[in-house]
Design a protein around this ligand. Structure first.
Ligand code: ASP
Length: 354
């Protein structure tokens, strides 16, 4: 496999004339690992495989028709199972995306990624990429060695979307199983299904099928160039933000331990509409009084969390996450804290805007 940092240029296939190849969009594929780059001992094994072991050159070679939709260049940015995604790798990836998009030799970017944390990486980039050129993440539920592996078609579709003019200015997108999702809305909703990504509250933005791309709606909230967030504002380190859950019989132990450890923010995966067990809520109120940012979201999986007024959120100094799930709320909270938004009022404005 190509070592991280390696670049490859995949020449246009010789079935293309040089003039048709030169009119194709130029798409950079950045590989980070995941099941799309996974390999198992045999073709019927879709659970006991190793993620992130197949290099980007091999991924591209499995899809010869890529050369009919784009002039593809490729880089192995990392080779990780995305369950082990790190904040350092996020920073490296975001910086590389920004550098490539600033060059006039790249029209769009595809990122191959594991499915486990894809929605978090996608939303981080949606908030921090400084270009309106398309950035499209894709992945696979079955390793590259599997019968009916889904990675090759997902990769072809992602490159097709990244090279499509309609994808410009739509923020970061996820192309998966023929659908195109906004990074803000999309979540992984199944452990094994090939149709694992949905946008439960909003629906997909569009679809890609047999080379045709169709968008049926646009993203309204500001993203990419229209946010104040920058990966460079992270500087020396990401603000420590953790996630806790509320559930029957929950106690304040986790909140108190995290506050003692010095977290700057906590996101609560609340029950229902972001409601919180009284024991946990008391601990969170104590944390908020010490200046820890508290964001209420929901563990439900769809819907949104609204402020509950003077009696609670206002009095306790809590912020609500709207339609963001806890994992995405954490991404926004980290970027907002790094950008200097620290009061509940300022943070609520951030959550209501992005
Ligand atoms: N654990 C894998 C990963 O996230 C799962 C996948 O890619 O489907 O890298």
């Amino acid at each position: 496999m190509a070592a991280p940092g390696t670049s490859l240029t995949i020449a246009a296939m010789n079935t293309l004339t040089s003039s048709s190849a030169s009119t194709l969009p130029r798409v950079a594929v950045l590989a980070t690992g995941g099941t799309i780059a996974g390999a198992a001992p045999d073709a019927t094994n879709t659970s006991g495989y190793q993620a992130g072991v197949v290099g980007v050159g091999q991924l591209l070679a499995a899809v010869p028709s890529l050369a009919t939709v784009a002039n593809v260049q490729a880089e192995q940015v990392a080779s990780v199972d995305s369950k082990d995604m790190t904040l350092a790798l996020w920073a490296t990836l975001a910086r590389r995306v920004n550098d490539l998009l600033a060059s006039d030799t790249v029209d769009g970017i595809v990122i191959t990624h594991g499915t486990d944390t894809l929605e978090e990486t996608a939303y981080l980039l949606h908030l921090s990429v400084k270009s309106d050129k398309p950035v499209v993440l894709t992945a696979a539920m079955r390793p590259s060695s599997a019968l009916s592996a889904d990675g090759p078609l997902n990769l072809l579709n992602a490159v097709t979307v990244a090279g499509n003019a309609q994808a410009k200015g739509q923020g970061v997108l996820v192309a998966f199983n023929n659908r195109i999702h906004s990074a803000r809305d999309v979540v992984k909703t199944s452990t094994y299904a090939v149709d694992a990504f949905q946008s439960p509250e909003m629906g997909a933005l569009g679809w890609v099928q047999d080379g045709r791309v169709e968008f049926q709606r646009r993203v309204v909230r500001p993203h990419t160039t229209a946010t104040p967030f920058s990966i460079d504002s992270i500087g020396a380190g990401w603000p420590a933000v953790d996630i806790i859950a509320s559930y029957a019989g929950a106690s304040r132990i986790a909140v108190d331990a995290l506050v003692a450890a010095g977290v700057r923010g906590l996101v609560v995966a609340g029950t229902g509409n972001g409601s919180i067990h009284a024991s946990v809520q008391t601990a969170l109120a104590d944390a908020a009084a010490k200046g820890v940012a508290i964001v209420r979201s929901s563990r439900v999986g769809s819907g949104h969390v609204m402020r509950n007024g003077a009696a609670s959120d206002d009095a306790l100094g809590f912020v609500t996450a709207g339609a963001l799930n806890p994992y995405k709320a954490r991404v926004l909270l980290m970027l907002a804290l790094a950008a200097g938004h620290t009061t509940p009022v300022a943070l609520q404005q951030v959550f209501d805007t992005y």
